[in-house]
Design a protein around this ligand. Structure first.
Ligand code: ZN
Length: 210
């Protein structure tokens, strides 16, 4: 039963920044984190996790749009199940079809569209960076005002990169994408899985590895 009366569930939803929340991934299951960008009347999501109900049970406002960091099932299945209007790069839309042949039967979602040139929603102005490597259509979103990078499965806390041994992965592309990310200015790394991390710590750890 979906009976949450408050916008925030203290169990699953965490405030990250002004109007930014995170639905944590459940323990012991392959499911992505879901970031919620809150507007006056509706919300945008960054990734959708693998179950629509899991997200909906935490929201009081309707979902206007989902911005997908890439096409893997643990990030897109919620949006497919909920039939939420979503943006995803074309390369990964094709990847969904290709992977569904091998793993699970997923119809090509016709409510998934390519990204428009501008990603603006009320107080949010996001910049999109194409960061292939984990998948051909992986992207990161930078919110300069809040100093947040939403990095999907390209970069995780501790400076760890995403897997590059999967269909469509490419380590050479990943190396170039990580270089691109290193040149961006942000304070907080919000990845698709695991810990959210302050940049200062990330930089220190990377320096320590050199
Ligand atoms: Zn992935």
């Amino acid at each position: 039963m979906l009976k949450n009366t408050s916008f925030l569930s203290p169990i699953a939803m965490k405030k990250i920044s002004e109007n930014v929340f995170c639905v944590e991934e459940p323990h012991g299951r392959i499911c992505s984190k879901v970031y919620v960008l809150e507007g006056e009347e509706s919300v945008w999501l960054i990734d959708s996790g693998d179950k629509a109900e899991r997200v909906l049970s935490n929201l009081k406002k309707p979902i206007e749009r989902v911005l997908l960091t890439h096409g893997h099932f643990d990030h897109v299945l919620g949006a497919i199940e909920g039939k939420w209007d979503s943006w995803l790069r074309q390369e990964d839309l094709e990847l969904i079809t290709e992977m569904s042949r091998d793993y699970a039967e997923v119809p090509k979602p016709d409510f998934f569209k390519p990204f428009p040139p501008k990603l603006e929603f009320e107080s949010f102005k996001l910049e999109l960076f194409h960061t292939p490597g984990h998948t051909p259509g992986s992207v990161c979103f930078l919110d300069r005002k809040r100093g947040i990078l939403f990095s999907g499965d390209t970069l995780f806390a501790g400076g760890f990169q995403g897997r590059t041994d999967l269909i469509g992965s490419d380590q050479g592309q990943m190396d170039r994408s990580l270089e691109k990310i290193a040149s961006l200015e942000f304070d907080l790394l919000c990845p698709g899985h695991g810990k959210i991390e302050k940049r200062a710590r990330l930089e220190n750890e990377q320096q320590g590895k050199r």
